[in-house]
Design a binder for this molecule. Structure first.
Ligand code: NAD
Length: 468
């Protein structure tokens, strides 16, 4: 086992080297696999005989592509609904995160139970009381409640569970689903970085700053799964960036943001004290370069910027989910690639840069649910793009047609005609039938004619019949 763990570590490092991403590597491995099947064919057929008593002709027949013996047949994919599905959603976008999956589930033809979050009770109540007046109550129901009700629902057998929320609860959902082998989609969160390259034009920088601020403080006060969690910027460039951010925070949210109604409040006292505790750490306090004040009674935290808080601190290891924005400086902007790759895979990655080389490196050398250049949040609104995470930020996807697919099974349907039927597909096996199968798998019509006329030299595979 110890050796195996070492091997696994080696394989992870090998994956990290980027070798397996090269097209040439993939091609060479697939060619190797084909060579293996060709060169080892005899051994494979013998092994199948040894283990399963399978006749070599049957083994050969079953390893090949859809053959000519299926002449006059057609194949299609028919999506079918999964059945009864459960959707559990979060409080930060209580309508979008409930209705987007509901649309997909209903469009695919499922019956649905939706459980919105107890932390946005007014919105959940509109869904619970309002939807029944518009939808078929026999097929679509809304259940209100918190963890207790949610766990009760999870004990039931569902045909699919679609969950939006934290990784902690995602694990509870997945283990409940495992009992019934129920498929799940997990829409989780994490830390979404924004990389800001040195932008030479002041117009570009100003636009980038506005988009960053809206992608943080303007996204439910930073309480959004795809809100910018922290910014990476070059050492020499950060003063310019921070100055402009301060200026635009004032322009967008007013001199006294508490009095403005343009920034969302923290959802409840628990989340406020969680954020307050993050700032209470003296090391973190020292790193605040803008903001930091709060009004606990009104669940308000001022847009706050922190410069280089310790990387091992909670603010840099856990999802912030609030209006606190750490700025991390790197010597060279290219170093941000290693920084991001060494951490859990984010749901979204934002890169503000006009440098095509950097853009391409970001695409090929980092992994995230989505990657947006020169803007933030925008990818969520594009229905033609799949929305979902990778690794720790979740799995499965939805939005637009992807929602329909998420709530459907892609049934493979084959229709075969009775008009054609070839005798050589049936046992008992003879060398002649084997030869006919061989040529028909290769769609070799001349070969077929020659075998039928008895003019084709017997294949090297004849030996299988000598010693079956
Ligand atoms: P959460 O995991 O606490 O709650 C989500 C849902 O699970 C709620 O409906 C809640 O009632 C239920 N729940 C809570 N505890 C439970 C338990 N013990 N057993 C069973 N069900 C339980 O998450 P949240 O606070 O609602 O949302 C914040 C998290 O969700 C963040 O991590 C955020 O990044 C993530 N999120 C992800 C997306 C996305 O689309 N990927 C969208 C919004 C939020």
């Amino acid at each position: 086992m110890e050796t195996f763990e070492k091997e696994m570590n080696y394989m992870k490092k090998y994956y990290g080297s980027g070798e397996t991403k090269k097209v040439s590597w993939r091609e060479s491995q697939l060619k190797g696999l084909r060579r293996f099947l060709i060169e080892k064919e005899e051994d494979i057929l013998k092994a199948l005989m040894l283990d399963l008593g399978k006749h070599q002709v049957e083994a050969f027949r079953d390893e090949a592509k859809l053959p000519q013996i299926a002449l006059l047949s057609s194949a299609e994919i028919v999506p079918e609904p999964l059945g009864l599905v459960l959707i559990i959603s979060s409080w930060n976008f209580p309508f979008g995160l409930s209705l987007e999956p509901l649309i997909g589930a209903v469009a695919a033809g499922n019956t649905v139970v939706l459980k919105p979050s107890e932390l946005s009770p007014a919105c959940s109540s509109i869904l619970a009381l309002g939807l029944p007046n518009f939808l078929d109550n026999k097929a679509i129901k809304v259940v209100q409640g918190g963890p207790h009700e949610s766990q009760h629902l999870l004990q039931q057998k569902w045909d699919k569970i679609f969950f939006t929320g934290s990784a902690r609860v995602g694990k509870i959902v997945m283990s409940a689903a495992a009992k019934h082998l129920t498929p799940v989609t997990l829409e989780l969160g994490g830390k979404c970085p924004a990389v800001v390259d040195s932008l030479s034009s002041s117009w570009d920088l100003e636009v980038a700053v506005k988009r960053i601020l809206v992608g943080k403080y303007g996204a439910c006060g930073g309480q959004a799964c795809i809100a910018i969690d922290y910014v990476l910027v070059e050492n020499q460039y950060y003063p310019k960036l921070v100055e402009l951010m301060k200026l635009w925070i004032k322009k967008m949210f007013g001199e006294n943001p508490k009095d403005s109604n343009t920034i969302a409040r923290i959802v409840n006292k628990q989340h406020l004290s969680r954020l307050k505790n993050l700032l209470a750490d003296p090391e973190i306090k020292k790193s605040v370069v803008y903001g930091g004040s709060m009004d606990e009674r009104n669940l308000f935290i001022e847009p706050t910027i922190l410069l280089n808080p310790p990387l091992e601190s909670v603010i840099m290891t856990e999802e912030i989910f609030g209006p606190l924005l750490p700025i991390i400086t790197v010597d060279k902007i290219e170093n941000s690639i290693k920084f991001i790759s060494s951490r859990p895979k984010p749901l979204a990655l934002y890169v503000f840069s006009k440098d095509k080389t950097l853009q391409n490196r970001m695409i090929s050398e980092t992994s995230s649910g989505s990657l947006t250049f020169n803007d933030a949040i925008l990818q969520y609104a594009a229905d033609s793009l799949p929305f979902g995470g990778v690794g720790e930020s979740g799995f499965g996807m939805y939005h637009g047609k992807f929602s329909f697919d998420t709530f459907s099974s892609q049934k493979a349907v084959v229709r075969r005609s009775f008009l054609t039927d070839f005798w050589y597909r049936y046992p008992p096996w003879t060398l002649n039938k084997f030869q006919l199968l061989e040529v028909s798998y290769n769609y070799d019509y001349l070969g077929l004619l020659l075998v039928l006329l008895g003019l084709k030299t017997p294949s090297k595979r004849r030996s299988y019949f000598a010693n079956p």
